[in-house]
Design a protein around this ligand. Structure first.
Ligand code: FES
Ligand SMILES: [Fe+2]
Length: 393
């Protein structure tokens, strides 16, 4: 047994039986809804199925556009075992490639981020420009008819939405991110102009739980007053004021306005984008399948959750801040401010980590009560319905 594998009889659950349980849960009305069936987070057959049905089909967020703002800046990200290389181009656009050499598929780039003029494969030194074209292939002139032009890197579909970069690994062309998220932008998040926020940190963490356990945790704020006493609970949003958003095939969200209309969590006086209660509104949303966003008038926290194995995931997260808020921080204090923000976020993540792992531990049991959802946990029911829609055969 691998270190991260948890003992659970659910592991052997067949895909058919898990899909039946998932369908039963997804068909319930919200009033009668139950938590995501435990086997969905523990069955090995289902895990392989969801990698193919979800991660190799859906748009996946790999970061923010301003994290690679200069020509040759790059990020790498692993999605369902496929390593992706995301690169800022000379003309300002962003292109993504499979991070495997076109010769015999050695991994081209090992770093998580960096800047370069060209990518040189460590194996036989095939060399690509930042546009993925093969520009040098030592001694390949010994092979008749070898054409560099047809041996470039494999291009991956890429789209930018609201400052985020998305890639898509599906063979068939998928509906664009912007059309999928039109309602979310027009009715909810567009007013914040989060693309204009500046990214100030990016970190990666690995937790021992199924990737969906973090989605479950993030999409409900029922736990916030209990679990986040040192961090988010300080914004004081009574549970009664939470509004859970409309059903949608591509996202779910909930929102709540905090009490204070000035200070942390509220719009800066120079922010004229937000009006009325939106000046102190927090929106938590999940862009299905695995992007989590907490958007506030003065703060943006985003996470991409990607499975490494059935009981282990990598969450890459970052924080972005509106320019008018950043302008108030004297440059001499910036490092201190950033380090305090980093500590605050680490504390909030630690508060969640123990719970997310506990969710995975508790649900490993095959003997469990029926379970239920609180009225402000509607996003969990919406996520269960999404899983069912994507995974049904
Ligand atoms: S595998 Fe990259 S040059 Fe041979
Ligand atoms: Fe939390």
């Amino acid at each position: 047994m691998l270190k991260n594998e948890r003992l659970s009889i659910h592991k052997g659950s067949s895909l058919k039986s898990v899909l039946t349980e998932l369908e039963t849960a997804a068909m319930l009305s919200f009033e009668d809804s139950v938590p995501i069936p435990a086997a969905v987070n523990h069955s090995k057959e289902f895990f392989t199925h969801e990698l193919k049905s979800i991660f190799l089909k859906e748009w996946i967020c790999v970061g923010r556009e301003d994290e690679i703002s200069n020509e040759g800046d790059f990020l790498t990200h692993e999605v369902a075992g496929v390593s992706i290389l995301i690169v800022r181009q000379t003309n300002g656009s962003i292109s993504s490639f499979i991070n495997a050499c076109a010769h015999r598929f050695a991994r081209l780039v090992q770093e998580k981020s960096g800047n370069t003029k060209r990518f040189i494969c460590p194996y036989h030194a095939w060399t690509y420009n930042i546009g993925g074209e093969l520009i040098r292939a030592p001694y390949m002139e010994m092979k008749n008819c070898f054409d560099k032009k047809t041996n470039g890197l494999h291009l991956v579909n890429t789209e930018i939405w609201e400052g985020f970069v998305y890639i898509n690994l599906a063979k068939e062309k998928q509906k664009s991110v912007s059309s999928r998220l039109k309602f979310l932008k027009d009715e909810v998040v567009g007013r914040y102009d989060m693309a204009s926020y500046k990214t100030v940190m990016r970190k990666t963490m690995t937790w021992d739980a199924n990737w969906k356990n973090l989605i479950e945790n993030f999409t409900e704020s029922y736990h916030v007053p209990i679990a986040h006493k040192k961090t988010f609970a300080l914004h004081k949003k009574p549970l009664e004021v939470y509004y859970c958003g409309e059903d949608n095939d591509h996202f779910c969200y909930h929102r709540a306005a905090q009490e204070a209309d000035t200070g942390s969590g509220a719009a800066h006086p120079k922010n004229n984008r937000l009006k009325g209660e939106w000046r102190r509104m927090m929106v938590d949303c999940c862009v299905f399948p695995c992007q989590l966003i907490t958007l506030m008038p003065d703060f943006l926290w985003y996470i991409t959750v990607l499975p490494l194995d059935i009981g282990r995931f990598e969450a890459t997260w970052g924080v972005a801040i509106p320019l008018e808020v950043l302008a108030d921080i004297p440059s001499s204090e910036y490092e201190n401010w950033l380090s305090e923000l980093s500590d605050y976020m680490d504390t909030a993540n630690d508060e969640d980590k123990i719970l997310v792992q506990a969710l995975n531990q508790g649900s490993a049991s095959t003997i469990l009560p029926k379970g239920t959802l609180h009225p402000i946990e509607k996003n969990l029911w919406q996520f269960t319905k999404y899983l069912h829609k994507m995974c049904r055969i």
